[in-house]
Design a protein around this ligand. Structure first.
Ligand code: PLP
Length: 316
């Protein structure tokens, strides 16, 4: 896969064209990245299915009570992220999956932001599809994974046609290769795959549990330190969070915050984070976001806090 986006598009196209029809429902959440929204809108346009959206509370947690009421036998697929890139919320994916399965719906999890921070066990979660991106796991851009249950992938038609995905080709009829080749038409990006493999080897060589625990300590420290900065408002205060802190500062546009911090040597991300419905839910155009990895340190959070004091100074 080229990444989470392509993995989700594959499922929307292949699973969607085979198993979703007029009057069916697809459930996503307000917390999704655009890549877990637009492919489902496109599927609904093609098929006549309806898109339903799970709302969230002011902390950035999905409303499971509303979700439960939305579920019914017309729901064919529930597609939500494991961890929100915009707010850091860790969604209760085991419970979301269990409830979806009760009405016969399949579950796709967007794990782009979960895989770098959490140990992911698709069998323990019980989901049907899991998508992630290599570049968020220290691998090359344009690499990724779609994991799916083989009985489902077997029942799904190919996503793209071409070389390598066939068993035999005649002008009358072509037959398709077994998994995974059925979904791998054309020459793949071999270099990318090798690079991604090296990144996974690296992650398997470190103590991932210790790295995750370190990230949790950083998150706690960053949350306390940033809350102490006058004018800072944290956006996304879920009880279960990965090490992502989204914030606003005194009505100063996040792009200005980002530019000034950049000149201080501090890299954060600013904007809508490809999650415009999340911004709309909070009535804001954008946030500033510090995303902390296991290579970050408390001293770097102190530097960020000093940088924010400078931003306030410059804006009077
Ligand atoms: C939660 C989430 N989903 C999906 C994506 C899309 O990933 P990619 O652009 O690698 O396909 C991202 C990327 O930022 C993300 O954070």
């Amino acid at each position: 896969m080229r990444g989470t986006t392509e993995a989700i598009n594959l499922v929307a196209f292949s699973f969607g064209n085979r198993f979703v029809g007029a009057g069916d429902e697809i459930v996503i959440s307000v917390l999704e990245h655009h890549s877990n929204i637009v492919p489902w809108q496109m599927l609904c346009e093609r098929s006549g299915a309806h898109l339903r959206v799970i709302p969230m509370n002011d902390a950035g947690e999905l409303r499971l009570d509303v979700y439960q009421e939305m579920l019914n036998p017309r729901v064919k697929l529930v597609a939500v992220n494991h961890v929100s890139n915009a707010l850091g919320t860790i969604n209760p994916v085991v419970e979301i999956t269990r409830l979806a399965h009760q009405v016969g719906a399949k579950v796709l999890l967007d794990g782009a932001q979960a895989a770098p921070h959490l140990r992911v066990d698709v069998q323990a979660i019980g989901c049907d599809f899991y998508a992630l991106s290599g570049h968020k796991l220290f691998g090359p851009t344009g690499s990724g994974i779609l994991w799916g249950r083989s009985e489902l992938l077997d029942a799904m038609p190919p996503y793209q046609g071409g070389g390598d995905m066939i068993r035999s080709v005649t002008f009358e009829k072509s037959t398709y290769a077994d998994l995974p080749a059925k979904f791998e038409a054309g020459t793949p990006d071999i270099g990318c795959g090798i690079g991604f493999g090296a990144a996974i080897d690296y992650l398997e060589s470190i103590d991932f549990d210790a790295a995750s625990a370190w990230e949790m300590d950083l998150l706690r420290y960053a949350t306390v330190r940033l809350s102490e900065v006058p004018g800072v408002k944290l956006v996304g205060t879920a009880a279960q969070k990965a090490s992502v802190v989204s914030f606003l500062l005194d009505g100063i546009h996040p792009h200005d915050i980002g530019t000034i911090l950049d000149s201080e040597g501090i890299a954060i991300r600013t904007g809508h984070h490809c999650a415009q419905p999340v911004m709309e839910r909070f009535g804001i155009p954008a946030t500033a976001r510090a995303s902390l990895a296991f290579y970050n340190t408390p001293a770097e959070i102190d530097t960020l806090v000093r940088g924010l004091a400078k931003v306030r100074e410059l804006f009077g």
